[in-house]
Design a protein around this ligand. Structure first.
Ligand SMILES: [Zn+2]
Length: 103
């Protein structure tokens, strides 16, 4: 844990954005959803301190993202609904085309 590590240089313990190196107050020690400077998604690429990056401390990020199993089910449902609507629209277009050419 970062809180148990003792060092003279506190910069080693401060989490920073891995994309731009920002470690200001707006980063909220890695708890912010995005980097205030570059907009990097900190959920996908969590902010880390030098101590964590060098492996001196284990990475125990407080906001570690766990995948919700319902998200994939919802994506499949949305995809099936989209394909249903596309097929329904295609049937309507074909039906109207056939009706227009039969006259
Ligand atoms: Zn950044």
């Amino acid at each position: 844990m970062l809180s148990t590590t003792r060092t003279i240089d506190q910069r080693l313990l401060r989490r920073r954005c891995l994309a731009c190196g920002y470690d200001g107050a707006l980063l909220r020690n890695g708890l912010a959803p995005r980097c205030a400077r570059c907009g990097c998604d900190l959920g996908r690429r969590p902010a880390r301190s030098y101590v964590e990056m060098e492996g001196i401390e284990g990475i125990a990020h407080p906001r570690s993202r766990q995948r919700d199993p319902n998200v994939e089910v919802q994506l499949v449902h949305r995809w099936v609904a989209f394909m249903f609507l596309v097929m329904f629209g295609l049937v309507i277009v074909i039906y109207l085309s056939a009706a227009a050419f039969s006259v």
